[in-house]
Write a protein that binds this ligand. Structure first.
Ligand SMILES: [Zn+2]
Length: 247
């Protein structure tokens, strides 16, 4: 185990040099800014709560949860809006390649206890989605209407601050799609998409766990490396990576 950890740590150190992310302090100030909280749900964050949830306490995930809560409280205190994505699936309808998760009524699809206060807050907008990408999940399949774009336009947001889980999956797919949407002129007020590094987390799945669970090699997911690569991919596409957030 310790040999594996050492090898992963030295791999991470090499990747951090090869793929730099250069995080910088970010100040919200008077800029119209919206907080986007991606999937901070029991099924992804609460220990033992379903097949994708952490099986033991996880420092990266618990930091992401407490930072998401702290920022959400700062946003509403300033009168700024918060939009949360909630991964939610119809029972029995799978989302390959993942095992069953966040089915409606399971409790996995609910915000973690620390964020439950957002469920009824007037400045919070809750968006359920049945796919990884929150931008796609915001599109009404019948009308083509995108409630996320409406939210940005109603609030005339110039910046989005993004936190949540998983850095390299749901957070990343949303952020890079949002950057394309901005560049394509779908969100005329929007200038910056900011990702707060400590406000994001991802899951850990070791080679041993993949073998035990009968999963393919591609399911192996070293947490710190995957988190870094997610941040790198987002900044490479034009997202700003924040080391700290001040108001
Ligand atoms: Zn899902």
């Amino acid at each position: 185990m310790s040999t594996t950890l050492t090898r992963l740590d030295s791999t991470l150190a090499a990747i951090e040099v090869a793929l730099p992310i250069d995080p910088k302090p970010y100040t919200v100030g008077d800029r119209p800014t919206g907080l986007v909280v991606v999937d901070v749900l029991n099924g992804f964050c609460t220990v033992g709560y379903g097949p994708i949830a952490p099986q033991e306490p996880d420092e990266q995930i618990s930091t992401m949860v407490s930072e998401s809560d702290r920022l959400a409280r700062c946003f509403v205190e300033k009168g700024l809006p918060v939009l949360t994505f909630l991964d939610t699936h119809e029972p029995g309808k799978p989302e390959p390649p993942y095992p069953t998760h966040c089915e409606k009524g399971s409790g996995e699809e609910k915000l973690v206890p620390e964020l439950e206060w957002l469920e009824n807050h007037p400045l919070a907008t809750l968006v359920t989605k049945d796919c990884i990408n929150g931008f796609i999940g915001s599109i009404n399949g019948d009308t083509g209407h995108n409630i996320l774009l409406d939210w940005i336009s109603d609030w005339k947001l110039e910046a989005l601050l993004v936190v949540g889980i998983c850095t390299d999956i749901c957070v990343m797919d949303f952020v890079i799609t949002m950057l394309s949407a901005r560049n394509h002129g779908l969100s005329p007020t929007l200038k910056d998409v900011v990702v707060y590094a400590k406000g994001c987390a991802t899951h850990n799945l070791t080679a041993e766990m993949a073998v035990q669970q009968g999963l393919p090699k591609t399911a192996i997911h070293p947490q710190k490396i995957a988190h870094h690569v997610g941040l790198y991919t987002m900044t490479e596409r034009g997202a700003l990576i924040a080391s700290t957030i001040t108001f």
